[in-house]
Design a binder for this molecule. Sequence first.
Ligand code: TYD
Ligand code: MG
Length: 453
Amino acid sequence: MARTASYVCQSCGATSSKWSGRCDSCGAWNTIVEETPISAGPAKKSLGAARGTGMTLLDLDAEEAPPPRTHSGLDELDRVLGGGLVPGSAILVGGDPGIGKSTLLLQAAATFAKNGLPVIYVSGEESSAQVRLRASRLGLGGAPVQLAAETNLRNILTTLKEERPGLAIIDSIQTMWADNVESAPGSVGQVRAAAHELTSFAKRHNVAIVLVGHVTKEGQIAGPRVVEHMVDTVLYFEGERGHAFRILRAVKNRFGAADEIGVFEMTGGGLTEVANPSALFLGEREAPSAGSAVFAGVEGSRPVLCEIQALVAPTPHSQPRRSTVGWDGGRLNMILAVLEARCGIPFSGLDVYLNVAGGLRVREPAADLAVAVALLSAREDVSLPPQSVVFGEIALSGRLRPAGQTENRLKEAAKLGFQSAIVPEHSAAVGDHGLELKRFPDLATLVGDMFGA
Ligand code: TYD
Ligand code: MG
């Protein structure tokens, strides 16, 4: 069979027979690269000759024990993994370059090893000496972690087969190189082949494997997106460069809840765990001012309070600016449209800036109401009642929909000394936890009541 080259999008992995500037599948520009497919090996004779596959019955009566878990000693990491590391599982840790993935995994490797789990840390980016230097700077010098600086997949698999560690960390999947694939290291073909080999090794030999993957916003580096389908758990390590804290977020987990987060702070001595993120995110808050609202959010099972800041100013441009940090721009436009159409409050001719303080990225629709209230407060130059939190979803009709986990949000707000909560009318809460609940059926009623507009 003649081996024909195909063109592979380095962002989403879609293949096509010809090159083009823009990927038809994901819409990314300049991501299509020529790749030669994985070599097919010696030609198979006939499909009928193969051995059959063994099968077992799905026996629903037999109680299957939950998977055993190994604890890392880092509570924030264990929670995101769903309660600890499952033996033989494959985990992808993705994130922007320089965000702290290697630091996190080196620290995790050290604590796992101290807890008695044999760990191999394979670095394809740094030499063993560099990793050792980093470890000693992080105060991990004494941890019994085996280091290897290697990029050849075949060598790595041989070593893992001999050593049989409980956990192997591959940093990073983009540097791995399988010699049976002809494309360059870092290309989708290589990343996919290496991830496939390593994840199937994890299953066969019951070795947990962590793959580190760099992702850029532009999708320029071969995306671990293609790897996401192969692994059991996908974690993203995120944070803003200028801010110290980092969030480890589960976006897929076969062994636990997705959306769970772990919060860390990057310090001179590495990452430290943040047990109470709300206190951290609200720590920098000054006295309540116009344009600021505290959103009582929930990430996974965890309440996280954060400040939403809005600035509304007359625009010098013909097209007013809409700028957001930490919140979806489309959703901001939707809320502005609802305020205009349902409450008669126009924002045309006004620049609107929205910022989630501290570098947190909020994805919950329950933040709608906090965003709307911050915008109104900025526009009307009226401060909100001090010590109040806000949450609830806004429908296009302007009605307010209760958010999930109301109880959890109120409890956290009360714990941090807040005294009132602005919530949708039918929010279900067993108790008010000592907070004064201000309930509103729709946005127009809230606007009339709080801003007299
Ligand atoms: P690193 O773990 O190398 O990032 P990644 O593997 O995701 O590319 O982290 C690099 C950044 O972290 C670097 O900018 C410096 C910072 N850092 C600290 O602030 N403190 C530390 O103790 C360490 C080890 C790194
Ligand atoms: Mg790194």
